[in-house]
Design a protein around this ligand. Structure first.
Ligand SMILES: Nc1ncnc2c1ncn2[C@@H]1O[C@H](COP(=O)(O)OP(=O)(O)OP(=O)(O)O)[C@@H](O)[C@H]1O
Ligand SMILES: Nc1ncnc2c1ncn2[C@@H]1O[C@H](COP(=O)(O)OP(=O)(O)OP(=O)(O)O)[C@@H](O)[C@H]1O
Ligand SMILES: [Mg+2]
Ligand SMILES: [Mg+2]
Lengths: 256, 256
């Protein structure tokens, strides 16, 4: 039984891609068959896993617009149980090209159906927007993870995002559940970070993951060499944080 | 003679809003009449200057879609020479609503024309995307400032952004010039930050502003109380960094 996750937040730079890559890698290290789908035209998940964009002849764009089957665009990664469906800059055009299509919110769900039985987990990295591509991801998902930086603007946008998810649950995907709010890039030396963390925990209570992701330079260093942090520095705090998150998710789904 | 700037980068969380607010505030402190326009549905520039979204009855959305004149939506701020044209979440819909209009890329330029003579500087904060609203901002601008975090994903997206600007210069706004690439959130203790800074300086040379914005907790603290950093802590490094940037821009335009 495959569980499909979307990693969503319209606020930019909160750690969506970083969380998608490193959660997927941690699940793969625990030997769960995992597919990472990059639905952001920036293609950061794709390059963050070491894929050279010049070697990407077909991407998610071609599945959406040219109806190429998803399994034809999948690449291997350095981890045996992790594969990736890459993005491409063409995706910028997909939003406009799909606007006039009937049932445009369901396109991605239909594309995913044939491959669901091949994986235990599918993780979808989204762009910093609540446009048609992100709506498609949410409609195709069972659960959603919301990364939030412990900063003021990220906190402000949370209410709006939860409203949007509620509308999707009511109109397009009643099955969709919020798996959790993930606090990212926490620097516990900063007063403001700690203040916002307790505000979020008090307000959203059990909706917030136990495990927090601390700010850790190994995480961004790993991206510059195209590796998940667990392959770049297995002893780093970043690798431990994301492995603990993976274990928390497995527990929530009675899979440990 | 009013100079119109767009603050643009499709990469999220690189400091677009922070730079828009604090550059505008620094110019206002130097007694240049400045208007900050918030073109991002997240409305972070609006709340970052202390405007309560519940008091915003008309926003930039109403100018674009209902043809309300821009001067009717302008709010005062704590600084005598700084005003703001607020955003609203409705802007999320503007992109779709404007898609079928003739000359949809020129709408914002037409809205701005009547107020150009009221200001010395206009600063436009954009959302993390290269969609229709950002294209509208670039078409209406004389110059563009590109904030870039000294991190791998932000560096990767730079080439794509420069391509897009070139297309706009060729097809829609031949006057548009790149005022500079602004390095933001630099933590000089981090090896990766220093490595990427020198890569950007070597590659883009004089296109990069002399002044760098360092990571400084007073900058985000100021946002949580709705003030530019110069009003929150005038002696902070953040306030000095943005004031030096304002002076560098004035020098580039022979206005000191
Ligand atoms: N825990 C962390 N510690 C240190 N740096 C981090 C951490 N998480 C993310 N980063 C860095 O912060 C930046 C933003 O993260 P990331 O790109 O994952 O955010 P995003 O939400 O995917 O951004 P976008 O909105 O552009 O898609 C990146 O440069 C990344 O390397
Ligand atoms: N120099 C700095 N020092 C410390 N924190 C900073 C600095 N610049 C920005 N920040 C913080 O980093 C976060 C991202 O900045 P900001 O929101 O300005 O980026 P943005 O590019 O406007 O994001 P978006 O893509 O969502 O519009 C904010 O929480 C802000 O407070
Ligand atoms: Mg991302
Ligand atoms: Mg912003």
């Amino acid at each position: 039984m495959c569980i499909v996750y979307s990693i969503v937040n319209q606020k930019g730079g909160v750690g969506k891609t970083t969380s998608a890559i490193n959660l997927a890698a941690s699940l793969a290290v625990l030997e769960f068959k995992t597919l990472l789908i990059d639905l952001d035209p920036q293609a950061n998940s794709t390059t963050g896993l070491g894929i050279n964009l010049q070697n990407v002849y077909h991407s998610i764009y071609n599945c959406l617009v040219d109806k190429i089957p998803l399994q034809n665009i999948i690449h291997e990664t350095e981890l045996k149980f992790l594969q990736i469906a890459p993005a491409h800059i063409d995706l910028v055009g997909a939003q406009l090209e799909l606007t006039d299509i009937k049932d445009r919110e369901l396109i991605f769900k239909q594309i995913m159906e044939p491959i669901l039985n091949l994986y235990d987990f599918i993780i979808i990295d989204c762009s910093p927007s609540l446009g048609l591509l992100t709506v498609n991801a949410l409609v195709a998902s069972h659960k959603v993870i919301i990364p939030v930086q412990c900063e003021y603007f990220a906190l402000e946008g949370l209410g709006q995002l939860l409203n949007t998810i509620k509308i999707i649950q009511q109109r397009l995907n009643p099955e969709l559940v919020i798996e959790g709010i993930l606090l990212t890039m926490l620097d516990s030396r900063l007063r403001l970070n700690n203040q916002i963390t307790s505000e979020i925990r008090n307000h959203f209570e059990s909706l917030v993951f136990e495990n927090i992701i601390n700010r850790n330079s190994k995480i961004s260093e790993a991206q510059s060499v195209g590796k998940p942090v667990i392959l770049y520095d297995v002893d780093s705090k970043g690798a431990a944080n994301y492995m603990n998150l993976a274990k928390e998710i497995l527990q929530k789904n009675n899979l440990t």
